[in-house]
Design a binder for this molecule. Structure first.
Ligand SMILES: [Zn+2]
Length: 340
């Protein structure tokens, strides 16, 4: 994502400063449904009203809960490096085509669907492709892990490769694919979604952003998939070697708390920041389709987010350890979501 996130830094800092004295203060610019994460969850999303709001503690695993998936941060990091070595992946570029082929080649053996479409962007017409890998489980319902693979069109004349921004989520999602292929889900189905066109083509606005997510969320709403999705976990910029997940205010409050409780059980609480602010990202169209969503993101990438959307977003700013932390938190969250 681009300037919207830059702008979001201000509410973050404000929230961080104000949190010290006014713990309940919410960012005014945040979504009303997420204005107070500690309040009983209420949603102003029409279709979400049909869903009963669960309590986060209802998802705490019991001794009978099966163990979490085991994933390798080292392997995810190796994939990140190989993937971003394909070059910039902006819309219409050779690197974008290579990225699609790379992802598809690493999903062999899975049920793969390509959501291909053409869209008029702010910078002209482009072909886009969301790639979805489905791993069927034994329970009726779907847990989605998602991340984007494109890089920024406005940075096309630079060496920007988005190691953390796009590369980290692809690296980790492909590690999930490798594990799910060997160990199919015992509970809910798991779908891995590689979105296209997340980045703005000129400047971040509601219209010029998250093109792939908007297209897929609309499809899922029309074909009934949205109602079968129990949770949508978005992974973005999760490879930062100095990893701190935001308390993201557009995320569904109860689901964010399920993720946070998973982190507590793993003694990874120090990687959860108390910065509270709204971020616009691929999760929004799915939230608007009535799906519970979380954006797992670290928007403090280098001092004052210095590496974000710059040519400094390279693999040496990321680490296998951070990918391992994210992998473990996500795996424990999937485990928790399967307790119900
Ligand atoms: Zn970005």
């Amino acid at each position: 994502m681009i300037s919207e996130l830059r702008r979001s830094v201000v509410p973050f800092l404000l929230a961080a400063v104000m949190a010290a004295t006014l713990p309940a203060v919410a960012c005014r610019q945040s979504h009303p449904a997420a204005a107070d994460a500690s309040a009983p969850a209420q949603s102003n999303v029409q279709t979400a009203a049909q869903r009963p709001e669960p309590r986060p503690e209802d998802f705490d695993p019991t001794p009978a809960t099966p163990p979490a998936m085991k994933l390798s941060g080292e392997k995810a990091f190796a994939t990140l490096k190989e993937f971003v070595a394909l070059g910039p992946r902006y819309l219409g570029s050779p690197g974008h085509a290579k990225a699609e082929q790379y992802i598809l080649a690493h999903l062999e053996g899975a049920q793969v669907e390509q959501d291909q479409f053409k869209v008029q962007t702010a910078a002209g017409p482009f072909a886009m492709n969301n790639i979805i890998a489905k791993f069927p489980g034994k329970k009726d319902g779907i847990l989605v892990l998602a991340g984007h693979y494109d890089t920024n069109l406005p940075l096309k004349d630079t060496t920007f490769i988005g190691a953390n921004d796009g590369g980290s989520d692809v690296g980790l999602l492909l590690e999930f694919a490798a594990q799910l292929r060997q160990h199919p889900p015992e509970g809910y189905s798991v779908w891995l979604v590689f979105t296209d066109g997340e980045e703005a083509t000129i400047t971040w606005t509601d219209a010029d952003s998250v093109y792939g997510a908007k297209h897929l969320a609309q499809r899922w709403q029309q074909d009934g998939t949205a109602q079968r999705v129990k949770a949508f976990l978005l992974l973005d910029m999760i490879g930062d070697r100095d990893l701190h997940f935001e308390h993201e205010a557009n995320s569904t409050p109860w689901l964010y708390q399920v993720v946070r409780r998973a982190g507590q059980r793993l003694h990874l609480e120090s990687h959860f920041s108390d910065r509270y602010g709204a971020i616009e990202d691929d999760h929004l169209p799915f939230r608007n389709a009535g799906i519970p969503v979380v954006d797992l993101i670290d928007l403090d990438y280098g001092f004052d987010n210095l590496y974000h959307h710059t040519t400094q977003d390279t693999p040496d700013k990321c680490s296998a350890q951070s990918l391992q932390i994210t992998a473990d938190v996500v795996a424990e969250t999937l485990r928790a979501l399967n307790t119900r």
